[in-house]
Design a protein around this ligand. Structure first.
Ligand code: ADE
Length: 291
């Protein structure tokens, strides 16, 4: 007979997952990560229960204005969903593995789909503030240099050592998001086939950095999402990413006329598109959950 494995101490993910399984009977199939100023995406859920990050043992603390710091469990159209209102960024000082811990927690609760949103700057000169970019690919600048959430011993419970990312963004879900854009008469502001560039922050990019990212095919730039997508793919979740364009970046030679990026501008832009985006993401949740 095999000896039982006695672990000295339960991992944070297990402690948190056990806590949430006790705290709610919800077993969501979809996790929605709400980006800066996008916390209202949880408003469409019914029969909600809200759990503050501060009340969850061993959960990281969120420190950014515009991020509430709570989980909202609920349902919509028969689909169980959990929204993270507030996420964790490496620029807050969190270890990169800590920023992605909620993904594994939700995987233990049974989540199969990740809808990840963010506020992002436009590198693509044809994009406008208020546009919604459907992510098709990403550029992981910190990751290429080794700041990557899967560095370290592989946790075989979740996935394999080497994870392909050629299919990180599910094509069927991208197509669904585009069909949904047509239904919502949003084709003038929803952008397909976007490439999101992940940078560390907390500074916004210099003009030359923006040119670098644009030259290799980046369409938007932000300080989140990619670590979460990677960990979600590692544990087999299907992923769709949406960037809300909140500002246009400043390219070399245009500094004198352009407006520098600011967090207030990001939050204002999110507010302006809120209702439309809420309805769009609501229908996306139902379509993904029932499809
Ligand atoms: N988030 C919103 N706008 C951004 C920008 N221009 N760069 C990085 N992150 C952002």
């Amino acid at each position: 007979a095999t000896m039982p494995v006695i672990s000295a101490e339960k991992d944070d993910v297990d402690v948190i997952a056990d806590f949430l399984k006790e705290a709610t009977t919800y077993r969501p199939s979809i996790l929605v990560v709400c980006g800066s100023g996008l916390g209202s995406l949880s408003k469409c859920l019914e029969n909600t229960i809200t759990i503050h990050y501060n009340d969850i043992p061993r959960f990281p603390k969120s420190t950014v204005v515009g991020h509430a710091g709570e989980l909202v469990f609920g349902e919509i159209g028969g689909v169980q969903v959990v929204c993270m209102r507030g996420r964790f960024h490496t620029y807050e000082g969190h270890d990169i593995r800590k920023t992605t811990l909620p993904i594994r927690v939700m995987s233990l609760l049974g989540v199969k789909f990740l809808i990840v949103t963010n506020a992002a700057g436009a590198l693509n000169e044809t994009y406008n503030v208020g546009d919604v970019m459907i992510m098709a690919d990403h550029l992981n600048m910190p990751g290429l240099a080794g700041k990557h959430p899967l560095v370290g011993p592989n946790d075989d419970r979740f996935g394999e050592r080497f994870t392909p990312l050629s299919d990180a963004y599910d094509v069927k879900l991208q197509n669904l998001a585009w069909r949904m854009a047509k239904q919502h008469n949003m084709t003038d502001k929803v952008r397909r086939n976007g490439v999101y560039c992940f940078v560390s922050g907390p500074t916004y990019e210099t003009p030359t950095e923006c040119r670098l990212l644009r030259l290799v095919g980046g369409d938007s730039v932000g300080m989140s999402t990619v670590p979460e997508v990677i960990v979600a793919r590692h544990c087999g979740m299907k992923t769709i990413g949406l960037s809300l364009i909140t500002n246009k970046v400043v390219m070399p030679g245009t500094q004198r006329t352009a407006i520098p990026a600011s967090h207030q501008e990001v939050l204002d832009a999110a507010l302006a598109t809120q209702t439309q985006l809420e309805n769009y993401v609501k229908d996306l949740m139902v379509a993904i959950g029932t499809g």
